[in-house]
Write a protein that binds this ligand. Sequence first.
Ligand code: GLT
Ligand code: MN
Ligand code: MN
Length: 408
Amino acid sequence: MNDNYQPQPSDRFSFGLWTVGNPGRDPFGDAVRPKLDPISLVKLLAEVGAWGVCLHDNDLVPIDAPARDRDRIVKDFRQACRDLGLVVPMATTNLFTDPIFKDGAFTSNDGRVRAYALQKTMRAIDIGAELGAKIYVFWGGREGTEVDASKDPRTAIERFRECIDYLCSYCIDQGYSLKFALEAKPNEPRGDIFLPTTGHCLAFISTLQHHEMVGVNPEVAHEHMAGLNMHHTVAQAIAMGKLFHVDLNDQIPGRYDQDFRFGSANPKTAFYLVRLLEESGYEGPRHFDSHAYRTEDMDGVRDFARGSMRTYLILKEKARQMREDSEIQDLLSRINKHGGDNAPLMKRYSKDSARKIGELQIDRAGLGAAGLEYERLDQCVNELLFGVRDRERGASAKPPARSRNGRK
Ligand code: GLT
Ligand code: MN
Ligand code: MN
């Protein structure tokens, strides 16, 4: 293994307890791996070189645990994290497993269920704050419908808003410095889920009372399930100052909810995402929300966790190579004309700039006919990812000499 790709704390790689702890159960088959306790999972994460561990309330404290057990469990976990050198950057609430949430939590039609969801989340926020989490994720997995007659989506969104407003006020009142991150998903486990994409979340956030403390947690797989481009999604969240957290994994669109290892299905998409995260100055956690294939034992889980981080670091190095590749950089400087001499005119409307734009002589036919060299650009990026670029010259390495029958 190349030592350049060893994870460091400064990489801020985190995993949920539910990811490395996933025992491989699916709708068609039973668990294939043992269910490890939280402290054993933290040991595993320390062993593979992760920086952080994230959790749902019930990944750590059983839903029916009495208060004194809760206190001891949280204290022991906090000590184990300290001893093993891991931080808890993010926490969240399980508002989807228990049958009470079968028709939603914050958007349930039953006020008793909504009150229970608030009560459970306030307790879970207390756990997160006690463990030092800075980000609190909201994934509304059960907030949705199969039967649209059952719920007016306007009412559902209003209830969702009231609950998030309520919980923001709770954090402020408690003096917690937590920020909230909303995580979108279009469907599964509901037929349709409210706030199905990160774009919906961004629009929703602008309607919140404490919108400044709420951002997003886009997940690769969830954007792909909606047929969207994660790279574009994350770019927009960054542009709005709302990328508080990110869930890295992989998913082939049109399939079941796969939660594959980051970069395993769409390495090129993963590359653009890593490049964006690294070059945008994003300083939050790089959280892997995925799990090992069901074919794996616990050694395979370690391979999965190490592979996730290693892929990220390899792609980060590829992004650096791209910045230093003279052929790609030449192509990019030709492509990115930024409006040329006209750019200042288009910055802001004025009567004067409108008159000047109106008088411009623009070569419509010439511009329409000119090739943009994107074929070359894309092939260069592919070859960089395939590892056949000559690093110094930024050109593709010569293929090995072949005899006429194609053999060396
Ligand atoms: C669940 C879901 C994830 C969410 C987690 C946070 S739990 O595994 O599939 O995408 O991020 O609740
Ligand atoms: Mn997912
Ligand atoms: Mn997720």
